[in-house]
Write a protein that binds this ligand. Structure first.
Ligand SMILES: NC(=O)c1ccc[n+]([C@@H]2O[C@H](COP(=O)([O-])OP(=O)(O)OC[C@H]3O[C@@H](n4cnc5c(N)ncnc54)[C@H](O)[C@@H]3O)[C@@H](O)[C@H]2O)c1
Length: 335
Protein backbone atom coordinates (compact mmCIF):
# COMPACT_ATOMS: atom_id res chain seq x y z
CA UNK A 1 0.00 0.00 0.00
CA UNK A 2 1.48 3.34 -1.05
CA UNK A 3 0.38 6.21 1.14
CA UNK A 4 1.85 9.07 -0.87
CA UNK A 5 2.68 10.24 -4.38
CA UNK A 6 6.35 10.64 -3.44
CA UNK A 7 8.49 8.23 -5.44
CA UNK A 8 11.07 7.00 -2.93
CA UNK A 9 12.97 5.04 -5.61
CA UNK A 10 16.44 6.59 -5.93
CA UNK A 11 15.98 8.33 -2.59
CA UNK A 12 18.33 7.72 0.33
CA UNK A 13 16.52 7.01 3.56
CA UNK A 14 18.01 6.77 7.04
CA UNK A 15 16.10 4.76 9.62
CA UNK A 16 17.61 5.03 13.08
CA UNK A 17 16.42 2.25 15.35
CA UNK A 18 15.81 0.25 12.19
CA UNK A 19 16.46 -3.09 13.91
CA UNK A 20 13.68 -2.37 16.40
CA UNK A 21 9.93 -2.83 16.12
CA UNK A 22 8.74 0.26 14.26
CA UNK A 23 12.01 0.99 12.44
CA UNK A 24 12.24 -2.48 10.90
CA UNK A 25 8.64 -2.28 9.69
CA UNK A 26 9.51 1.01 8.02
CA UNK A 27 12.59 -0.58 6.42
CA UNK A 28 10.44 -3.31 4.89
CA UNK A 29 7.80 -0.84 3.80
CA UNK A 30 10.40 0.92 1.66
CA UNK A 31 12.07 -2.27 0.46
CA UNK A 32 8.76 -3.77 -0.63
CA UNK A 33 7.30 -0.67 -2.27
CA UNK A 34 10.40 1.12 -3.58
CA UNK A 35 13.04 -1.46 -4.52
CA UNK A 36 15.39 1.21 -5.89
CA UNK A 37 15.49 3.23 -2.67
CA UNK A 38 18.73 3.20 -0.68
CA UNK A 39 17.73 2.25 2.83
CA UNK A 40 20.23 2.73 5.65
CA UNK A 41 19.40 1.14 8.98
CA UNK A 42 21.41 2.51 11.90
CA UNK A 43 20.88 0.69 15.18
CA UNK A 44 22.81 -0.24 18.30
CA UNK A 45 21.56 -3.84 18.24
CA UNK A 46 21.32 -5.80 21.46
CA UNK A 47 24.01 -7.34 23.60
CA UNK A 48 23.70 -8.69 27.12
CA UNK A 49 23.83 -5.28 28.86
CA UNK A 50 20.88 -4.40 31.06
CA UNK A 51 19.57 -1.31 32.81
CA UNK A 52 19.00 -1.29 36.58
CA UNK A 53 15.40 -2.41 35.94
CA UNK A 54 16.78 -5.67 34.52
CA UNK A 55 15.65 -4.98 30.93
CA UNK A 56 18.02 -4.95 27.93
CA UNK A 57 19.75 -1.68 27.08
CA UNK A 58 18.66 -1.94 23.46
CA UNK A 59 16.13 -4.16 21.77
CA UNK A 60 17.46 -4.15 18.19
CA UNK A 61 17.45 -7.74 16.89
CA UNK A 62 18.73 -9.14 13.60
CA UNK A 63 15.61 -11.29 13.29
CA UNK A 64 13.56 -8.15 12.73
CA UNK A 65 15.60 -7.61 9.57
CA UNK A 66 15.66 -11.13 8.12
CA UNK A 67 15.13 -10.64 4.37
CA UNK A 68 16.27 -7.00 4.43
CA UNK A 69 18.75 -6.24 1.68
CA UNK A 70 19.62 -2.61 2.41
CA UNK A 71 22.55 -1.21 4.38
CA UNK A 72 22.91 -2.08 8.07
CA UNK A 73 25.16 -0.06 10.36
CA UNK A 74 25.60 -1.06 13.97
CA UNK A 75 26.25 2.06 15.98
CA UNK A 76 25.22 4.28 18.84
CA UNK A 77 23.48 7.60 18.14
CA UNK A 78 25.40 8.99 21.14
CA UNK A 79 28.67 8.37 19.30
CA UNK A 80 29.62 11.67 17.63
CA UNK A 81 32.07 9.96 15.27
CA UNK A 82 29.41 7.55 14.08
CA UNK A 83 27.09 10.47 13.33
CA UNK A 84 29.91 12.30 11.56
CA UNK A 85 30.39 9.25 9.33
CA UNK A 86 26.68 9.21 8.51
CA UNK A 87 26.86 12.89 7.67
CA UNK A 88 29.90 12.50 5.43
CA UNK A 89 29.15 9.19 3.72
CA UNK A 90 25.54 9.79 2.74
CA UNK A 91 23.22 12.44 1.49
CA UNK A 92 19.87 11.60 3.00
CA UNK A 93 16.55 12.65 1.55
CA UNK A 94 14.51 11.46 4.53
CA UNK A 95 15.40 10.61 8.10
CA UNK A 96 13.06 8.44 10.16
CA UNK A 97 14.37 8.71 13.67
CA UNK A 98 13.06 5.81 15.74
CA UNK A 99 16.15 5.00 17.84
CA UNK A 100 15.57 5.67 21.50
CA UNK A 101 15.51 4.15 24.90
CA UNK A 102 11.95 2.97 24.32
CA UNK A 103 11.48 1.34 27.73
CA UNK A 104 9.33 3.73 29.78
CA UNK A 105 10.49 2.23 33.08
CA UNK A 106 14.22 3.00 32.67
CA UNK A 107 15.56 4.93 35.67
CA UNK A 108 18.93 6.05 34.22
CA UNK A 109 17.95 9.65 33.51
CA UNK A 110 21.42 10.63 32.28
CA UNK A 111 21.50 8.11 29.44
CA UNK A 112 17.81 8.70 28.71
CA UNK A 113 18.39 12.41 28.06
CA UNK A 114 21.59 11.85 26.12
CA UNK A 115 20.06 9.21 23.87
CA UNK A 116 16.55 10.51 23.40
CA UNK A 117 17.08 14.26 23.54
CA UNK A 118 20.65 15.28 22.72
CA UNK A 119 21.24 12.72 19.96
CA UNK A 120 17.95 13.79 18.35
CA UNK A 121 19.22 17.34 18.03
CA UNK A 122 22.46 16.06 16.47
CA UNK A 123 20.43 14.09 13.93
CA UNK A 124 18.20 17.08 13.26
CA UNK A 125 21.32 19.07 12.39
CA UNK A 126 22.30 16.36 9.89
CA UNK A 127 18.80 16.52 8.41
CA UNK A 128 19.12 20.28 7.99
CA UNK A 129 22.59 19.92 6.44
CA UNK A 130 21.38 17.24 3.99
CA UNK A 131 18.10 19.01 3.30
CA UNK A 132 16.35 15.83 4.42
CA UNK A 133 12.85 15.85 5.83
CA UNK A 134 12.85 14.61 9.42
CA UNK A 135 10.18 12.37 10.88
CA UNK A 136 10.79 11.31 14.47
CA UNK A 137 9.06 9.27 17.15
CA UNK A 138 7.57 11.16 20.05
CA UNK A 139 5.14 9.44 22.39
CA UNK A 140 1.76 9.51 24.12
CA UNK A 141 3.84 9.10 27.31
CA UNK A 142 4.38 12.87 27.05
CA UNK A 143 0.78 13.25 28.33
CA UNK A 144 1.51 11.29 31.53
CA UNK A 145 -0.80 12.77 34.17
CA UNK A 146 -2.75 14.90 31.70
CA UNK A 147 -6.26 13.91 30.74
CA UNK A 148 -6.27 16.06 27.63
CA UNK A 149 -4.61 14.19 24.77
CA UNK A 150 -3.95 17.17 22.55
CA UNK A 151 -0.55 18.64 21.73
CA UNK A 152 0.17 21.42 24.24
CA UNK A 153 -1.24 19.53 27.24
CA UNK A 154 1.78 17.38 28.12
CA UNK A 155 2.39 16.38 31.76
CA UNK A 156 5.05 13.68 31.67
CA UNK A 157 5.39 11.59 34.81
CA UNK A 158 8.53 9.62 34.00
CA UNK A 159 11.98 10.33 32.54
CA UNK A 160 11.00 8.74 29.25
CA UNK A 161 7.93 10.95 28.79
CA UNK A 162 9.99 13.99 29.79
CA UNK A 163 12.68 13.12 27.23
CA UNK A 164 10.06 13.02 24.47
CA UNK A 165 8.66 16.40 25.56
CA UNK A 166 12.19 17.79 25.28
CA UNK A 167 12.44 16.39 21.73
CA UNK A 168 9.17 18.12 20.89
CA UNK A 169 10.43 21.38 22.41
CA UNK A 170 13.60 21.23 20.30
CA UNK A 171 11.41 20.66 17.26
CA UNK A 172 9.14 23.60 18.00
CA UNK A 173 12.12 25.83 18.54
CA UNK A 174 13.79 24.83 15.25
CA UNK A 175 10.54 25.17 13.32
CA UNK A 176 9.98 28.64 14.73
CA UNK A 177 13.41 29.70 13.44
CA UNK A 178 12.27 28.84 9.92
CA UNK A 179 13.50 25.69 8.16
CA UNK A 180 13.77 24.55 4.54
CA UNK A 181 12.98 20.98 5.56
CA UNK A 182 9.83 19.68 7.20
CA UNK A 183 10.07 18.23 10.68
CA UNK A 184 7.28 16.08 12.04
CA UNK A 185 7.08 14.53 15.50
CA UNK A 186 4.66 11.64 15.81
CA UNK A 187 3.23 10.95 19.25
CA UNK A 188 2.52 7.26 18.95
CA UNK A 189 -0.02 5.81 21.34
CA UNK A 190 0.16 2.06 22.23
CA UNK A 191 1.54 0.31 19.18
CA UNK A 192 1.21 -3.44 18.52
CA UNK A 193 2.00 -5.70 15.60
CA UNK A 194 4.64 -7.84 13.88
CA UNK A 195 8.31 -7.36 14.91
CA UNK A 196 7.52 -6.19 18.45
CA UNK A 197 8.22 -9.60 20.02
CA UNK A 198 11.91 -8.91 20.70
CA UNK A 199 10.99 -6.01 22.98
CA UNK A 200 10.50 -8.78 25.53
CA UNK A 201 8.54 -7.59 28.58
CA UNK A 202 8.04 -4.17 26.98
CA UNK A 203 6.17 -5.60 23.98
CA UNK A 204 2.44 -4.92 23.81
CA UNK A 205 -0.12 -6.81 25.85
CA UNK A 206 -1.57 -8.05 22.56
CA UNK A 207 1.35 -10.38 21.88
CA UNK A 208 1.84 -11.16 25.58
CA UNK A 209 -1.81 -12.16 26.12
CA UNK A 210 -1.74 -14.01 22.77
CA UNK A 211 1.09 -16.23 23.96
CA UNK A 212 -0.48 -16.78 27.39
CA UNK A 213 -3.65 -17.97 25.68
CA UNK A 214 -1.72 -20.25 23.31
CA UNK A 215 0.14 -21.74 26.30
CA UNK A 216 -3.23 -22.70 27.75
CA UNK A 217 -2.94 -20.22 30.61
CA UNK A 218 -5.91 -18.18 31.75
CA UNK A 219 -5.06 -14.54 30.93
CA UNK A 220 -4.66 -12.45 34.08
CA UNK A 221 -6.31 -9.03 33.92
CA UNK A 222 -6.32 -6.31 36.55
CA UNK A 223 -9.62 -5.94 38.35
CA UNK A 224 -11.73 -3.36 36.51
CA UNK A 225 -9.89 -4.05 33.25
CA UNK A 226 -13.02 -3.35 31.26
CA UNK A 227 -12.58 0.24 32.45
CA UNK A 228 -8.84 0.57 31.79
CA UNK A 229 -8.86 2.07 28.32
CA UNK A 230 -5.99 2.85 25.95
CA UNK A 231 -5.64 3.92 22.37
CA UNK A 232 -4.07 0.78 20.86
CA UNK A 233 -2.83 1.27 17.33
CA UNK A 234 -1.79 -1.32 14.78
CA UNK A 235 1.67 -0.97 13.21
CA UNK A 236 0.31 -0.51 9.68
CA UNK A 237 -1.38 2.75 10.74
CA UNK A 238 1.92 3.89 12.28
CA UNK A 239 3.59 3.25 8.92
CA UNK A 240 0.85 5.21 7.19
CA UNK A 241 1.46 8.19 9.52
CA UNK A 242 5.23 8.08 8.96
CA UNK A 243 4.88 8.01 5.20
CA UNK A 244 2.29 10.78 5.14
CA UNK A 245 4.58 12.80 7.44
CA UNK A 246 7.12 12.97 4.60
CA UNK A 247 5.22 15.83 2.99
CA UNK A 248 3.07 17.41 5.68
CA UNK A 249 1.01 20.47 4.93
CA UNK A 250 2.60 21.81 8.13
CA UNK A 251 5.63 20.82 10.18
CA UNK A 252 4.74 20.07 13.79
CA UNK A 253 3.89 17.48 16.38
CA UNK A 254 0.98 15.14 15.86
CA UNK A 255 -0.82 12.40 17.76
CA UNK A 256 -0.91 9.00 16.12
CA UNK A 257 -3.61 6.78 17.53
CA UNK A 258 -6.95 5.48 16.38
CA UNK A 259 -8.88 8.12 18.30
CA UNK A 260 -10.79 5.29 19.93
CA UNK A 261 -9.87 3.96 23.40
CA UNK A 262 -10.34 0.24 24.03
CA UNK A 263 -9.96 -1.91 27.12
CA UNK A 264 -7.41 -4.60 28.02
CA UNK A 265 -10.43 -6.84 28.46
CA UNK A 266 -11.27 -6.28 24.76
CA UNK A 267 -7.77 -7.43 23.75
CA UNK A 268 -8.28 -10.76 25.51
CA UNK A 269 -11.81 -11.25 24.20
CA UNK A 270 -10.75 -10.58 20.58
CA UNK A 271 -7.65 -12.78 20.86
CA UNK A 272 -9.65 -15.67 22.31
CA UNK A 273 -12.11 -15.38 19.44
CA UNK A 274 -9.38 -15.20 16.76
CA UNK A 275 -7.33 -18.00 18.31
CA UNK A 276 -10.49 -20.03 18.92
CA UNK A 277 -9.38 -20.77 22.49
CA UNK A 278 -11.64 -19.89 25.39
CA UNK A 279 -9.67 -20.36 28.58
CA UNK A 280 -11.55 -17.73 30.56
CA UNK A 281 -10.22 -14.64 32.32
CA UNK A 282 -8.73 -14.25 35.76
CA UNK A 283 -8.87 -10.96 37.68
CA UNK A 284 -6.06 -9.86 39.98
CA UNK A 285 -5.68 -6.68 42.09
CA UNK A 286 -3.90 -3.83 40.28
CA UNK A 287 -0.61 -3.27 42.15
CA UNK A 288 0.01 0.02 40.33
CA UNK A 289 -3.17 1.77 41.45
CA UNK A 290 -2.39 5.45 42.00
CA UNK A 291 0.36 5.66 39.37
CA UNK A 292 -1.52 3.91 36.58
CA UNK A 293 -2.94 5.48 33.42
CA UNK A 294 -6.60 4.46 33.19
CA UNK A 295 -7.43 6.23 29.96
CA UNK A 296 -5.60 7.41 26.86
CA UNK A 297 -7.25 8.42 23.62
CA UNK A 298 -5.54 10.39 20.89
CA UNK A 299 -7.18 13.49 19.54
CA UNK A 300 -6.21 13.06 15.88
CA UNK A 301 -7.96 16.10 14.37
CA UNK A 302 -4.77 17.95 13.41
CA UNK A 303 -3.10 14.71 12.27
CA UNK A 304 -5.99 14.20 9.86
CA UNK A 305 -5.89 17.80 8.77
CA UNK A 306 -2.16 18.31 8.25
CA UNK A 307 -0.93 14.81 7.43
CA UNK A 308 -4.06 13.51 5.74
CA UNK A 309 -3.84 10.57 8.15
CA UNK A 310 -6.82 8.28 8.48
CA UNK A 311 -6.48 5.20 10.72
CA UNK A 312 -7.57 2.01 8.96
CA UNK A 313 -7.42 -0.61 11.69
CA UNK A 314 -9.90 -1.09 14.52
CA UNK A 315 -8.61 -3.37 17.28
CA UNK A 316 -10.64 -6.22 15.72
CA UNK A 317 -8.94 -5.61 12.34
CA UNK A 318 -5.46 -5.23 13.83
CA UNK A 319 -5.59 -8.42 15.89
CA UNK A 320 -7.08 -10.33 12.95
CA UNK A 321 -4.18 -9.19 10.76
CA UNK A 322 -1.65 -10.05 13.49
CA UNK A 323 -2.88 -13.39 14.78
CA UNK A 324 -1.03 -15.66 12.34
CA UNK A 325 2.26 -13.95 13.31
CA UNK A 326 1.42 -14.39 17.01
CA UNK A 327 0.98 -18.12 16.32
CA UNK A 328 4.19 -18.32 14.27
CA UNK A 329 6.17 -16.64 17.05
CA UNK A 330 4.67 -19.01 19.56
CA UNK A 331 5.81 -22.02 17.51
CA UNK A 332 9.30 -20.69 16.71
CA UNK A 333 10.28 -18.51 19.69
CA UNK A 334 8.14 -19.35 22.69
CA UNK A 335 7.36 -23.06 22.81
N1 LIG B 1 5.99 0.93 20.42
C1 LIG B 1 5.29 1.87 21.00
O1 LIG B 1 4.17 1.59 21.49
C2 LIG B 1 5.78 3.28 21.05
C3 LIG B 1 4.92 4.26 21.59
C4 LIG B 1 5.37 5.57 21.64
C5 LIG B 1 6.62 5.91 21.16
N2 LIG B 1 7.44 4.94 20.67
C6 LIG B 1 8.75 5.36 20.16
O2 LIG B 1 8.92 4.84 18.87
C7 LIG B 1 10.30 4.57 18.61
C8 LIG B 1 10.46 3.13 18.18
O3 LIG B 1 9.97 2.31 19.22
P1 LIG B 1 9.88 0.74 19.12
O4 LIG B 1 8.62 0.32 19.76
O5 LIG B 1 10.20 0.33 17.74
O6 LIG B 1 11.06 0.33 20.12
P2 LIG B 1 12.35 -0.55 19.91
O7 LIG B 1 13.05 -0.56 21.22
O8 LIG B 1 11.99 -1.86 19.29
O9 LIG B 1 13.19 0.28 18.85
C9 LIG B 1 14.16 1.24 19.21
C10 LIG B 1 15.46 0.84 18.54
O10 LIG B 1 16.44 1.83 18.85
C11 LIG B 1 17.66 1.17 19.06
N3 LIG B 1 18.49 2.00 19.93
C12 LIG B 1 18.32 2.23 21.25
N4 LIG B 1 19.29 3.03 21.71
C13 LIG B 1 20.08 3.32 20.64
C14 LIG B 1 21.26 4.08 20.47
N5 LIG B 1 21.82 4.71 21.50
N6 LIG B 1 21.83 4.15 19.24
C15 LIG B 1 21.29 3.48 18.19
N7 LIG B 1 20.18 2.73 18.30
C16 LIG B 1 19.58 2.65 19.51
C17 LIG B 1 17.31 -0.16 19.70
O11 LIG B 1 18.33 -1.13 19.50
C18 LIG B 1 16.01 -0.51 19.00
O12 LIG B 1 16.25 -1.33 17.89
C19 LIG B 1 11.04 4.91 19.88
O13 LIG B 1 11.55 6.21 19.77
C20 LIG B 1 9.96 4.84 20.94
O14 LIG B 1 10.27 5.66 22.04
C21 LIG B 1 7.05 3.63 20.60
Amino acid sequence: MKYTDINFNNKTILITGGAGFIGSNLAFYFQNNYPDATIVVFDMFRNADTFSNGNLKSFGHFKNLLGFNGIVISGDINDKDALKNLKQNYNFDFIFHQAAISDTTVQEQDLMMKTNVNAYEDLLKIAIKHNANMIYASSAATYGDSDIFEVGNEKPNNAYGFSKVMMDNITTSYISKGLEISVVGLKYFNVYGPREFFKNKTSSMVVQFGHQILKGLTPKLFEGSDKILRDFIYIEDIIQANIKACNPSKSGIYNVGTGNARSFEDIVTILQKELEIDNGKEYIPNPFIGSYQFFTQANIDTTKENLNYEPQYSMEDGIKAYVSEIKRLYETEVK
